[in-house]
Write a protein that binds this ligand. Structure first.
Ligand SMILES: *Cc1c(COP(=O)(O)O)cnc(C)c1O
Length: 360
C-alpha cells in the first residue's frame, strides 16, 4: 500500500529521508502455527499471569508511572548483576535502536553488517544517518577486517553487532566480537544486540564492561515469552546511560508493562527451562532436516533457523497451505531462496517437519 497517489501533493513538509524510507516490511497473516516472528511458543506461566493481574488490580491507573521505571531498572540490574545506573528501559528494544540512532547515528555514521536486522537500517534511513554496511563473510561470520577498517575511517558514529546474528542465527567466536569492539574507539558508540543470547550460551556482559562506550541490548520479547508487553533494556556504563536516558521520553514504560515485568523478574526460573527446551527442539528439527532431498536447513544458535530452498515463494506457500506461517528472507543479500523459521512448541515443530517431509 502506498499512501500518496500521483495527483496529490508530496507532503514536502515531511523530511525527505522519511518520505523515501519504506515502511517496516511486515504483513500480518493468520495461521494456526505461527513461526514467523521468533516469539516464544509459550506465554508467561499461568500462576505468574495471575499474580501480575492481582498486582495490576491494586495499582492507581490514573497516576503516571515512575519517571524512569526505577523499580523495574533495579530489578533488572539485580537479575543481570549490573549497576542500576547503567540500565535503561524502553517499550521494546526496537525503541532503543531508534534512540541510539538519535544519540549517535544522526548526522554521523551508522555502521553494521549486511544482511542484518531490518530495523537497524530502517531507523538509520529515517534519521538520515550515513549508513555503512560491510557484507558478512560467505559462512555468515563477522567480517572482522572489513569492520575494523570501517571503524578506522568512517567515524564518529554508531556500530551495531548482533550476537547471535539475525537473520542468520550465526554466533561468532568471542575473540572476533572483541576484536571488532576493541576497534570501536572513543569516536564510536558500540552496540551488541543480544536479543537471542539465551539460546546461544553466549553472554556479552564482560565485553560491555570493558569500555564505557559499549552497550548491550536485551529484550523480554523472545526467551521471556513477553513480546506483547513491549519491553527491552540496555546494559551500559552510567555515563552512556545518562546520555541515553535524555533521549528516552519521560514515563515511557507504562505501569502495566512495569508490573508484569517485575513479576517475571521475581520468578525468572522459567526462562532458563524454556530456553533449554527451545534449544533441544532446534537441534531436533535441524537434525531431522539434515538429509532433506530439496531443502537445506542452516545451523543456528538462536530460536530460529534459515531454510534454503530452490524457490522461496513455492516453499512458503506450501507451508502456509499446511497452516505453518514462516518469514521470507529471500530478498536479502546472500539469502536467496531463504525462509526464516522460528522454533515453536514440539507439536508445532512436528507439523512443520511433516509438511517439509512431503517435499521431494
Ligand atoms: C526480536 C529482536 C529484537 C527485539 O525487539 P523488541 O522491540 O524488544 O521486541 C531486537 N533485535 C533483534 C535482532 C531482534 O531479532
Amino acid at each position: 500500500m502506498t499512501s500518496t497517489s500521483p495527483s496529490r501533493p508530496a507532503l514536502s513538509g515531511v523530511r525527505e529521508a522519511v518520505r523515501r524510507t519504506p515502511a517496516y516490511p511486515f504483513t500480518p497473516i493468520d495461521a494456526p502455527i505461527k513461526l514467523d516472528q521468533n516469539e516464544s511458543a509459550q506465554d508467561l506461566p499461568p500462576q505468574l499471569r495471575a499474580l501480575a493481574l492481582e498486582r495490576l488490580a491494586q495499582q492507581d491507573w490514573n497516576r503516571y508511572p515512575d519517571l524512569h521505571a526505577d523499580t523495574l531498572r533495579r530489578k533488572i540490574a539485580a537479575y543481570e548483576g549490573w549497576d542500576p545506573a547503567g540500565v535503561v528501559v524502553t517499550p521494546g528494544s526496537n525503541v532503543l535502536i531508534k534512540l541510539l540512532t538519535e544519540l549517535s547515528g544522526l548526522g554521523q555514521t551508522f555502521l553494521t553488517v549486511k544482511p542484518t536486522f531490518s530495523v537497524y537500517t530502517l531507523e538509520a534511513s529515517l534519521l538520515g544517518a550515513n549508513t555503512v554496511q560491510v557484507p558478512l563473510n560467505p559462512d555468515f561470520s563477522l567480517p572482522v577486517a572489513g569492520l575494523v577498517e570501517a571503524l578506522k575511517t568512517e567515524g564518529p558514529g554508531l556500530l551495531f553487532v548482533t550476537q547471535p546474528h539475525a537473520p542468520t542465527g550465526h554466533l561468532d567466536a568471542e575473540a572476533d566480537v572483541k576484536a571488532v569492539l576493541d576497534a570501536a574507539g572513543e569516536g564510536w558508540v558500540a552496540v551488541l544486540d543480544e536479543a537471542y543470547y539465551q539460546f546461544s550460551g553466549s553472554d556479552g556482559r564482560a565485553l560491555i564492561r570493558e569500555q564505557p562506550n559499549r552497550i548491550s541490548l536485551r529484550t523480554f520479547s523472545k526467551a521471556w515469552g513477553l513480546a506483547g508487553l513491549r519491553l527491552g533494556y540496555a546494559l551500559t556504563s552510567p555515563e552512556l546511560a545518562e546520555n541515553l536516558q535524555k533521549v528516552v521520553s519521560a514515563f515511557n514504560v507504562n505501569i502495566l508493562t512495569q508490573t508484569v515485568a517485575e513479576v517475571a523478574l521475581e520468578h525468572p526460573e522459567y526462562v532458563r527451562e524454556r530456553a533449554e527446551q527451545t534449544v533441544r527442539e532446534r537441534e531436533r528439527v535441524l537434525s531431522a532436516l539434515q538429509d532433506h532431498p530439496v531443502y537445506t536447513a542452516l545451523p543456528s544458535r538462536a530460536n530460529f533457523f534459515l531454510l534454503k530452498t530452490p524457490d522461496a515463494d513455492a516453499a512458503y506457500q506450501h507451508l502456509l497451505a499446511r497452516g505453518v506461517l514462516v518469514r521470507r528472507q529471500d530478498k536479502l543479500p546472500m539469502l536467496s531462496g531463504c525462509l526464516r523459521v522460528s522454533i515453536g512448541a514440539p507439536q508445532e515443530n512436528d507439523v512443520l517437519l511433516a509438511a517439509l517431509g512431503e517435499v521431494s
